[in-house]
Write a protein that binds this ligand. Structure first.
Ligand code: HCR
Length: 396
């Protein structure tokens, strides 16, 4: 009996491996051709069916609060420096979800997938239940632009008096081997009681593994968290690098800006954002563990049942496409997707005919946003010049 099981297993491997590889190779040939003509708009990139995800990109805003206790922690700290460190820890803890978790859950071969491109006005609502002394955390995200794709979001923990709002788009280019993605937008983390704000900038990323049809994300460059109390956190990312780099490593420093000058480094945090990191107090030289992504699982996000959702809610909107993709019925997925796209195209046409452009429901575009423009002057010159921090999508 045992033997026949083995033979069966062996024969299914011998059949599956060449078939799987030929599917991948055939797919990859066309895909590589598509990549060579890539215009820079990721949402328009045609990817092979087996790397299509049934999740809308709008849902990614939930990664910001997968650790609700860290999201609310700064509000509980009694001094400014500890609050700045708490915000930095929360930010670092979001990275694994945002940039690596999908690879780990979907296996080696079918790693990062292409998310669904949200429609204009799409809404994603979710919440994390209260636990311990951490109150409920609520997320509201809206797709505020379709061309180019831009998502705006607000995450709030009323009990702690914490609100995070941000907006996010992407600019990308193909370098011949990788797709480089510059994240456009920024976030503001606000503490009600302390009346403090933290400007958060986003890291750039590279999509690697494209030639092997197993895309994964690597972060590069630096991102910053600038506080209205003068603390500045600089996070430097390095990918695997072909010499000695460790995958997903980073070094972050916290200093206090004074009189327009960057102060001495107070703390250095280093490690791997998908794993563990440690913090060194630069005054005492003492090192202690900081955060471990591999032992702190994200908390469950609650989303209203489909029956209660409105047409524009992500899960209901994409339900049929997601189901077809999950069942491997790519023709049906394509048909359902086209139906949504055509519906949207007609809506835009009608709006143009009536000369009544779409009005966003929960967010508005402001040309002069006092908080981020004030804080951005503490960013390193190159960074503050590159993007405008005075424009933002903010909650209405
Ligand atoms: C690049 C990406 C879409 C954008 C995703 C963003 C930048 C969106 C905002 C979130 O806050 C953070 C974030 C995390 C994701 O890692 C990043 C996605 C990774 C892949 C996806 C591409 C559009 C996928 C293309 C895959 C093709 C080439 C096969």
């Amino acid at each position: 009996m045992e033997d026949s099981g083995k033979t069966e297993a062996r024969s299914s491997w011998t059949v599956c491996v060449p078939i799987c590889y030929s599917i991948i190779l055939t797919g990859s040939k066309g895909f590589l051709k598509t990549l060579s003509t890539f215009t820079g708009d990721l949402s328009q990139l045609t990817a092979p069916s087996f790397i299509l995800s049934g999740t809308s990109l709008l849902e990614y805003s939930a990664y910001w609060a997968e650790h609700p206790n860290l999201f609310a922690q700064a509000a509980k700290e009694s001094d400014e420096e500890r609050r700045a460190l708490a915000v930095l820890k929360w930010f670092l803890a979001t990275l694994k979800g945002q940039f690596a978790a999908r690879n780990e859950t979907s296996g080696r071969m079918f790693s990062e997938k292409k998310p669904l491109n949200p429609v204009l006005g799409e809404i994603f609502h979710g919440s994390w239940a209260a636990h311990g002394d951490v109150g409920e955390t609520v997320l509201l995200a809206e797709q505020v632009s379709h061309h180019p794709p831009i998502a705006a979001y607000k995450i709030q923990n009323k009990k702690a008096g914490v609100i995070y709002r941000g907006f996010n788009g992407q600019k990308s280019g193909f370098t011949g081997r990788t797709i480089s993605v510059k994240q456009v937008g920024h976030g503001i983390y606000h503490l009600d009681q302390q009346k403090e704000d933290y400007l958060i900038t986003f890291p750039n990323l590279r999509l690697e593994g494209l030639l092997f049809m197993a895309p994964y994300v690597e972060l590069s460059g630096s991102s910053y968290i600038v506080s209205s109390t003068g603390y500045v956190a600089t996070i430097d990312y390095s990918g695997r690098g072909w010499l000695s780099g460790i995958k997903n490593s980073f070094t972050a420093t916290l200093s206090k800006e004074s009189g327009g000058l960057k102060g001495a480094t107070l703390h250095t945090i280093s490690g791997v954002w998908t794993g563990s990191s440690k913090i060194r107090n630069e005054m005492t030289k003492k090192e202690t563990p900081f955060w471990d992504s591999s032992t702190n699982a994200p908390r469950h996000l609650n989303v209203e049942p489909l029956l209660k959702q409105e047409r524009y809610n992500s899960r209901l909107l994409w339900e049929k496409v997601a189901k077809a993709l999950a069942a491997g019925d790519f023709d049906l997925a394509g048909k359902e997707k086209s139906e949504i796209e055509n519906w949207q195209r007609n809506l835009r046409k009608e709006e143009r005919g009536r000369n009544e452009p779409w009005v966003q429901r929960y967010f508005e575009w402001v040309e002069l946003e006092p908080i981020s423009s004030k804080l951005s002057k503490f960013l390193p010159a190159k960074n503050s010049e590159e993007s405008s921090f005075s424009n933002a999508w903010i909650p209405k």
